[in-house]
Design a protein around this ligand. Sequence first.
Ligand SMILES: Nc1ncnc2c1ncn2[C@@H]1O[C@H](COP(=O)(O)OP(=O)(O)OP(=O)(O)O)[C@@H](O)[C@H]1O
Ligand SMILES: [Mg+2]
Length: 420
Amino acid sequence: MTKWYPQLDKLVVNLRRTQAAIVAMNNEKRPEKTLRAFSFKETASLLGISDTHLRNKVAEGDGFPQGEKYGTNRWFTLEEIIAARAHLYSSTGNERYKVGRGEYDGPFTLAVTNFKGGVGKSTIAVHLSQHLALRGYRILLVDLDAQASSTALFGLDPARHVGLASDGTPLLGGATLNPWIERRDGDEGEAARLAVARTYWPNIDIVSANARLQSAENLLSARQTVSRTGHGEDRQYDLEVKSFIAHVGSAYDVVILDTSPYINLLAVNAFTAANGLLVPLLPSNIDLQSTTEFLAFIAKQERHMERYFGAGWPGWSFIKLLPNRYVSQSRPQADIIDLMKNEMGDLLMQEFLVETSALGSANNVKWTLYEHMPAKSEDRTHRRALAAMDAIGLEIESKIQEFWGRSAVKEAAFDVEAAV
Ligand SMILES: Nc1ncnc2c1ncn2[C@@H]1O[C@H](COP(=O)(O)OP(=O)(O)OP(=O)(O)O)[C@@H](O)[C@H]1O
Ligand SMILES: [Mg+2]
C-alpha cells in the first residue's frame, strides 16, 4: 500500500514556509500586522462630533489627545480615539460618549454561525469585532473553527503563531481554547491566560484557533460519552465556552464567536454561551435550503437547552439572518430576498452585505475594510463595502444595546464620507 504521509509531511512543511513568506513579504517585511492611524475627519466621525468641535478640543488641550501632525492633516491612533471618547464623557457626562456596557451588565456574547461553509461567518465576525472596537467597545473574538480564518485575518499564522512554545509559554497568538478545556480544577486563571492573546487592535483580544483545536473537540466528545453512559468523571462538555466567558468576561463588553461550518461540540458550546445569533447566508435557492435545515437544528437545540437548563437558560435575545454577497441587480437574488422578507419578518436583518471585490480579493495580507487604506482607484468600491458593513454593525450594536436595556443607536458609527 502506498504511504502518503512522507510526501504529505514534506508538502505541508513547504507550503507553510511559502505561505509564511508571502504573508511576510506582503506585510512590507513586518512579521506582524499593525493598525493604521485615523485621519482628523475619520476621528471626528468616530467620536460623533463635528470637525470644528474636534479642532476646538485639540486646541483646548486639557489632556485631550493631540494626535500627530503629518503635513496638513492630523492623525490619531485608536488608543487616542478611545481616550478622546472617555475625555468627552468625563467633561460632559453625555451618555452617547459611553458606549460600553453598564456597571451591572454582563458582556454580550454573539455567535456568528451557520453550518453552511463559505457564507462569510469569519469575514463578518472579524469586521463586526473591528466595527465595535472602533466604536469603543472592548472585544474578545473567539475563533472556534480549526480552519482558523478569523485568526489569519488578524495576521496570525495558525501554524507558526498559535500554540505553546517548548518552554510552555504561549506564542504570539495564544494557545487556542485548548488549555481551558484541558484545565484542572483550580487552574482557571492559568488556562485563561494561555488562551487569550492581545491583537494589534488596542481593544480587541483573541482566542485563536488552529488544527490542534480538534483535540479539544475530541476531549469534549469523550466527556459527552461519559456523561451519557454515566461512567467515569463527568465533566461538562457543552458549557465550556460559557464558563470561559464567565471567567474572562469582566474585561470585555462584547464576545464574538466564530464557529465552524459544521455542527460539532464547539459549535454546540457556542450556542449555549450565546446571547444572540447572527446567521450569514447567501441569497440563493440552494443556500436557503441549507439555512432552513440549520434553523430547524437551532430550534431543536433551543428546546434541548430549555429542557436541560430550565430557568438557568436565559435564551437568545435575538436571531438575525444576514444575506451576504448581495447583488442588487440580480433578478434571481431579488426573488429570494422577497421570499425571505415575506417568510422571515423580524428575523431578517434590515441591512445586507453586498458582493464586493473589496473583500475576498487576491490580497494575501488580508487587510480588512477598516484597516485598508484604499488607493484612489479602489475608493468607490471600498466605500460601498464599508457603508454596508457599517450599517450592519449599527444594526447589531443597537440589538446589543437593547439587550442591556438601552435605546437603539442612531448615529452612523463610521461615516464613510469622512474617510480620507
Ligand atoms: N460580501 C462578500 N463579497 C465578496 N467576497 C466575500 C464576501 N463575503 C465573504 N467573501 C469571501 O468569501 C470567502 C468565504 O468567506 P468566509 O471565510 O468569511 O466564510 P465562512 O462562512 O467563515 O467560511 P467557512 O465556512 O469556511 O468558515 C472568503 O474568501 C471571503 O473573503
Ligand atoms: Mg469561517
